[in-house]
Design a binder for this molecule. Structure first.
Ligand code: PLP
Length: 393
């Protein structure tokens, strides 16, 4: 299976670099720097140091015994990304990118954020490395996500509310690209998922792949074999790609990405770019996106703010087309139900995003035997989501 994009950053028909000409030299420089960093021992040692001492890696692979008993089928393991510093997987990527920013001699960091989680992770690493940080956030989201805005401020970041368009994530992405064009000398753009122009999708995937490499080693140590099924939720697709990629050539390992079905695909109120979208261009790459009949990008809907990215990483579009990975969707209601089960059966409050993956486990575990192993990525912790759950109870 060809899993490396070509020199244009294309995974089959998807990916590439759809950016203004001003950005092309910058992106080529980033690609070159990334290639050299990947082969540089000092860079890798430094990355390893921060993964271990700052993020707290490796994260445990935990047998969810009561969840397993309750569902009565496959043995279910949780990959505990919720235990990372800042409470989710996003920091894996932010640490990697800020080290690249440093290598490039940049002093100012920008990012876009929807719910604020990527903004918080970015502000965190910017503080740690003493860099200026500006976060673009849709005006609507600024109002909805006050605690995260305050968190970013505490960490020294400036949050810029974006009022163009509908004032949501896609408008913030456009604004961040615009800032980058205007400040190319000193600014590094940290993208939060496996999207954006090449080389971002590959770079983010590689930084998140620590998840899957650890899992592979951990499960062989515990069970003496690879898992039958890997399951992860999909917003833009970075925690899923991080889990899947290191086992993509292990053909017997089935992989399932779980999109946010919102109120149901048929209602149009969802965030399922593959199950309910069409190919188009967004955020500098070609991929499946949510768009209306006039070709306008639609805002995604999900009860979980981290899931409502209106596109999906181009590499996922590729695996969807060639059927290496299955993509399903679960509804808000199913995710809430799984969220609650995880709380009272395991004593773990999962992120509502991760609860989408758990909801799919819920659906299939009892069709399998206890010889079978399911590994589900617990991408983050759910403290941030408790008020949403309370409203829907
Ligand atoms: C942002 C986020 C997601 C979705 O993003 P991906 O790029 O699809 O991983 C999932 N879980 C948590 C906890 C998040 O914060």
């Amino acid at each position: 299976m060809s899993i490396i994009p070509n020199y244009k950053g294309l995974f089959g028909d998807f990916g590439g670099r759809f950016v203004s000409e001003t950005l092309v030299p910058l992106i080529l420089e980033l690609e070159k720097t990334y290639q050299s960093a990947k082969l540089d021992k000092a860079f890798n040692n430094e990355l390893f140091y921060y993964q271990k001492k700052y993020i707290g890696r490796s994260s445990p692979l935990y047998l969810a015994d009561r969840f397993t008993q309750y569902l009565g089928g496959a043995r279910i393991y949780f990959k505990r990304e919720d235990l990372n510093h800042t409470g989710a997987h996003k920091i894996n990527n932010c640490i990697g990118q800020i080290l690249l920013a440093k290598r490039l001699g940049k002093t100012r960091i920008i990012a876009e954020t929807g719910a604020g989680m990527h903004g918080v992770a970015t502000a965190t690493v910017a503080a740690r490395f003493g860099m200026k940080c500006v976060i673009y956030m849709g005006n609507t989201d600024v109002k909805r996500q006050k605690p995260n805005v305050y968190r970013m401020n505490l960490l020294g970041a400036k949050v810029v509310p974006v009022t163009s368009g509908k004032g949501t994530l896609k408008d913030a992405m456009n604004e961040a690209l615009r800032d980058w064009v205007n400040n190319i000398e000193n600014t590094f753009y940290i993208i939060g998922t496996v999207a954006g122009p090449h080389p971002y999708p590959v770079m983010v995937r590689d930084f998140q792949s620590i998840i899957g490499y650890e899992v592979r080693e951990q499960i062989i140590k515990i069970e003496g074999k690879l898992p039958d099924i890997l399951i992860a939720c999909i917003g833009g697709g970075s925690n899923a790609m991080g889990l899947f990629y290191p086992m993509i050539n292990d053909n017997k390992v089935r992989m399932v990405g779980v999109e946010a079905g919102g109120k149901g695909i048929e209602t149009g109120k969802h965030a399922a770019s593959l199950n309910g979208g069409v190919p188009g261009v967004i955020h500098g790459n070609r991929t499946y996106i949510l768009q209306n009949k006039d070709g306008q990008i639609k805002d995604a809907h999900s009860i979980s703010a981290g899931m409502d990215y209106p596109g999906i990483g181009p590499e996922h579009s590729y695996y969807y087309k060639c059927k290496r990975i299955d993509y399903v969707s679960v509804t808000n209601k199913e995710a809430i139900d799984a969220f609650k089960k995880c709380c009272y059966l395991e004593g773990i409050i999962p992120a509502l995003e991760s609860a989408h993956a758990l909801a799919y486990v819920n659906k299939i575990a009892n069709r399998l035997s206890n010889e079978n192993i399911i590994i589900v990525n617990l991408s983050g912790r759910g403290d941030k989501d408790i008020s949403i759950i309370r409203e829907h109870s």
